[in-house]
Design a protein around this ligand. Structure first.
Ligand code: ATP
Ligand code: MG
Length: 406
């Protein structure tokens, strides 16, 4: 029995781990397929997608069958050993009784012992298979729980006092996870209240610069300082609490419109929420909805247009009232009226704050106090609109190509 348990344990661990990873793959594939349904339909890939799903599903079934087969070999083996023991007692007991060496009562007693002995063992072995399966699941849960965040506060990190909003990148180089370096020796100083526009071709490193200012990643070389303090020396919460972010891809949570606007300040009174919505110029639209601010937003905000989602994100940032604002403008095409609204909302949002805007809009770029043209991970030009136009470099090229046609 010890041998059987040993053999079973070794195989069961592998098999149950496999079932867990197959279930993971299955659920993952299903979630991806559901959220990318439109793309699948648009490219007529229903057949191929279904086939892939079936393949994953088959693998899932096969690993389950394999794991179950192991249990269904193990359990009967234990049961068989119990029967064997009864057989042995009967055989030798019977022989001894016939020889007169022991009495019949002793044999009967031993038969009862054997049954008593094996009952709990059988129960235990059933529990043991369940435990093996649970352990495989538990391992995966613990793996996730044990994941260490890459960005952690230093033990001696200090609380960041209310900032005035001075940002400095000092000879910053940056690499995502040991891959190729994406930012090389970038230096940039932004005075409190200034708006800096980052422009440049796709993949140049604009979002990466924004990520470093918000300390979503740590620099590989150099330093990012806010009000003269290295961002690695202060607590993340105290830093990010004074920062607002409007992401390139406007993200809305399931919940009401009011909840979404108040995300950064959940205790904000309704008037403050309405004020923020008015600043973002989304108040008219919300007012026309039957449930107004209590309108439920579907997962990912699919019941709103792109422009509306972005305006809600702007209202969210406005309500949080951050000293530093990072705005990754969406290039998503919105109509000219909405674009005008968004631009106006952005202008009001930027007033009096330090802002880093990854800009695609002519007026945002033009009104910026400083424009940085980013290319291949370097800031190759810095200056005001007219200055950069006069240089006749990347900015002029981008400006002529991208903005003049509007
Ligand atoms: N999470 C990541 N892991 C590894 N590499 C990344 C990651 N994010 C971006 N990169 C790489 O870093 C480089 C700069 O990307 P970044 O997102 O900063 O570009 P961008 O200037 O914001 O472009 P876009 O205008 O298209 O948004 C790219 O070459 C990209 O492949
Ligand atoms: Mg980007």
């Amino acid at each position: 029995m010890v041998l059987a348990t040993f053999l079973f344990t070794r195989r069961a661990q592998v098999a149950f781990r496999q079932t867990r990873s197959r279930i993971g793959a299955l659920v993952g594939d299903m979630a991806e397929n559901l959220s990318s349904m439109r793309v699948i339909q648009a490219f007529a890939q229903e057949g191929a997608t279904q086939e892939r799903f079936e393949q994953i599903n088959r693998e899932n079934r096969d690993t389950h069958v394999a794991a179950m087969s192991l249990s269904f070999v193990f359990l009967p083996t234990v049961e068989f050993l119990g029967m064997l023991a009864t057989g042995i007692v009967l055989w030798f007991g019977g022989t001894f009784v016939v020889e007169g060496a022991i009495s019949l009562g002793v044999v009967v007693a031993f038969l009862a012992y054997v049954t008593r002995f094996f009952e709990p063992i059988q129960e235990l072995s059933q529990l043991y298979t369940t435990m093996q399966a649970a352990m495989a699941g538990g391992e995966r849960v613990l793996e996730v729980l044990d994941t260490q965040p890459e960005i952690v506060d230093r033990p001696d990190a200090t609380e960041m006092a209310p900032i005035s909003g001075h940002i400095e990148l000092d000879r910053v180089s940056f690499t995502y996870r040991g891959d190729v370096e994406v930012l090389h020796d970038v230096s940039l100083a932004i005075a409190p209240g200034q708006t800096v526009a980052l422009v440049g071709p796709t993949g140049a490193g604009k979002t990466s610069i924004a990520n470093l200012i918000a300390r979503f990643y740590d620099v590989t070389q150099g330093a990012v300082r806010i009000d003269g303090l290295d961002v690695r020396d202060v607590r993340q919460r105290s830093l990010r609490g004074q920062m607002g972010l409007v992401p390139q891809d406007p993200f809305l949570f399931p919940g009401t419109i009011a909840d979404n606007i108040a995300f950064g300040r959940p205790d904000a009174p309704r008037e403050a929420i309405e004020e923020a919505a008015a600043l973002a110029r989304i108040d008219d639209f919300i007012g026309r909805l039957p449930s107004g601010y209590d309108t439920e937003i579907s997962e990912g905000g699919v019941n709103l247009s792109m422009g509306q989602r972005q305006l809600i994100c702007i209202a969210r940032a406005a309500l949080a009232d951050p000293r530093i604002l990072i705005l990754d403008e969406a290039t998503a095409s919105v109509d000219t009226v909405t674009e005008g609204h968004i631009q106006e909302a952005i202008d009001r949002l930027l007033a009096g704050r330090t802002a880093v805007v990854i800009a695609h809009r002519l007026s945002t770029v033009r009104n910026a106090d400083l424009i940085c043209a980013v290319q291949d991970g370097r800031i190759i030009e810095q200056g005001r609109h007219e200055e950069l136009l006069a240089i006749g470099g990347l900015y002029r090229e981008l400006y002529e190509k991208q903005f003049m046609e509007r």
